[in-house]
Design a protein. Structure first.
Lengths: 59, 448
């Protein structure tokens, strides 16, 4: 049963990066870098709004 | 030497995880080799699961309460058509998790951690786990209130729900766990006969699509309820949960079309049930003056308007909604922790070997059930914090999803098509604008 299962898994479509291998780190450059900066700015703004909301007792 | 032994043991566990999953994959492979209508139907029924489960679990106790309050406050005019749009949004987002999971065979937390590093990995993981625990609190509140209608004391209903949740996770293999969860999820459909009991005016429902207007104008409270409805339809845990489900079930590229159908069926069920709740409360409660719109008030009003059977069926629906979401959230926490720290991460794994994987999920459920039982706990405040965390986290989670779905190195030919990118970025933009507007109303309450 064990060997049979291995055979079937071997015939399954291959993932571009094998699930058993470590995942290579993505290169953050170009538009992806801009996206990450946008994300940081968004999170910072939302955190400031949350702090103001808490201070004003809006929650 | 001891360290080497530990490393070897972990490798063994990962091997065992793959072997156990291979059994499920072997069954699917056998079904693919069979011909004929019944074999195809059986294959579809076997592969259906992650999508339906995610979408139905999204109609959780908090969601049921939000939809009920929406119908009671605003009627059916604006929100029935807007739920169709929300359903489209939910499908677009969740379909991406199917492809990501099936192609990479890795969970969402593992992908973020591996591709974008520990900072964003921790950011996502902490947000997810905190939001999951607080959302679990709302599920246990729903279960407690629902069972309270049948005279069951809170501590008994919480203990029972916790026992079912923990038993399912610890004892069952993935496939059995999923099937049992699907049967529980079927209970969500209880809101459909309830809607018919309210004898809705179908002309008013049809009219909602023709005259899609904002009832009472654009106000801060309207914006809040729009946010709550969108927040109820798409939530960060859904991304993590469905992708991990796809991976644990052993779905591969070959199963993507079935996964898409599964997600579409789940979306349809979710939207039909959400519409049923809004039509129900919109029909029997909208326009009543001076009513109490917390969940106890809604249950009392339902009892008064459509009778005690209606009240009890709604209470049962609330219990089911809380239970199925608790099962999903508990698993989601365990999967995310396992993926982030490279522990064995499968519901197939025996509890005594993979205790590290099971402990975070179970601990989250125990903490949440415990909070609900604390007298005078600030449950309303906790509910608000869930929404705040989800509002901040959701655009970030979606952004990671979009980055990964455009990453040819890990997705190969399954990267997003242009319409999927346009839809995905439009959804992120919509969420950012809605969240930003809501944030502004916090600072300037008289803005609208």
């Amino acid at each position: 049963m064990k060997r049979k299962n291995h055979a079937i898994v071997d015939f399954a479509p291959k993932a571009p990066v094998s699930p058993t291998e470590p995942l290579p780190r993505a290169q953050v450059k170009g538009w992806v870098k801009a996206v990450f900066w946008g994300l940081r700015v968004y999170i910072a703004i939302m955190l400031v709004l949350v702090v103001i909301g808490l201070a004003k007792g809006s929650f | 030497m001891a360290r080497n032994a530990n490393v070897y043991a972990t490798k063994d566990l990962h091997e065992l995880e793959r072997e156990l999953r291979a059994k499920d994959m072997a069954r699917v492979a056998r079904l693919y080799n069979k011909r004929g209508f019944w074999a195809r139907l059986r294959l579809l029924l076997v592969l259906i699961g992650p999508g339906v489960l995610t979408m139905i679990a999204d109609n959780d106790a908090g969601g049921v309460i939000t939809y009920a309050q929406t119908g009671a406050t605003y009627g059916i005019g604006f929100f029935i058509p807007s739920l169709i749009i929300a359903g489209f949004i939910a499908y677009v987002v969740q379909e991406m998790t199917v492809r990501l999971g099936a192609v990479t065979r890795r969970g969402h937390a593992e992908m973020i951690w591996g591709r974008y590093g520990a900072f964003w990995g921790w950011f996502s993981l902490i947000d997810l786990v905190v939001a999951n625990v607080l959302t679990l609190v709302t599920e246990f509140i729903g279960i407690k209130i629902g069972m309270g209608v049948f005279g069951v004391p809170g501590w008994i209903s919480e203990t029972l729900a916790l026992a079912i949740d923990v038993f399912a996770l610890l004892v069952l293999r993935y496939y059995t766990w999923e099937r049992i969860a699907l049967w529980i999820a079927a209970g969500n459909l209880i809101f459909i006969p309830l809607m018919f009991m309210a004898k809705p005016h179908w002309s008013a429902v049809a009219d909602a699509f023709v005259r899609w207007n904002v009832p009472g104008g654009f106000t801060a409270s309207f914006l809040f309820i729009v946010l709550a409805n969108f927040g109820t339809t798409i939530a960060p845990w859904m991304l993590f949960f469905q992708q991990s489900s796809v991976v644990d079930k052993g779905l591969t590229e070959r199963d993507i079309r079935h996964g898409q159908l599964d997600t579409a069926l789940g979306t349809l069920a979710m939207i039909v049930v959400a519409c049923a709740i809004i039509v129900l409360t919109g029909t029997v409660m909208h326009g009543s003056h001076g009513m109490n719109l917390d969940i106890s008030g809604i249950l009392n009003l339902l009892g008064a308007k459509i009778g005690p059977v209606g009240e009890r069926l709604f209470a049962l629906g609330l219990v089911e909604a809380g239970l199925i979401a608790a099962i999903a959230l508990t698993a989601s926490t365990s999967w995310a922790m396992g993926e982030a720290f490279h522990w064995p991460k499968s519901i197939n794994m025996p509890a005594r070997l993979a205790w590290k994987f099971y402990v975070p999920g179970i601990a989250s459920a125990v903490i949440a059930a415990g909070i609900v039982l604390i007298p005078h706990a600030p449950l309303g405040f906790l509910n608000m914090i869930v929404q705040v965390i989800a509002s901040i986290f959701m655009p970030a989670a979606l952004m990671f999803l979009m980055l990964l779905l455009n990453d040819r190195e890990v997705m190969g030919d399954h990267v997003n098509r242009p319409w999927q990118n346009i839809s995905g970025f439009a959804i992120i933009g919509l969420l950012v604008v809605l969240n930003g507007l809501y944030g502004l109303t916090v600072i300037f309450p008289n803005l609208f």
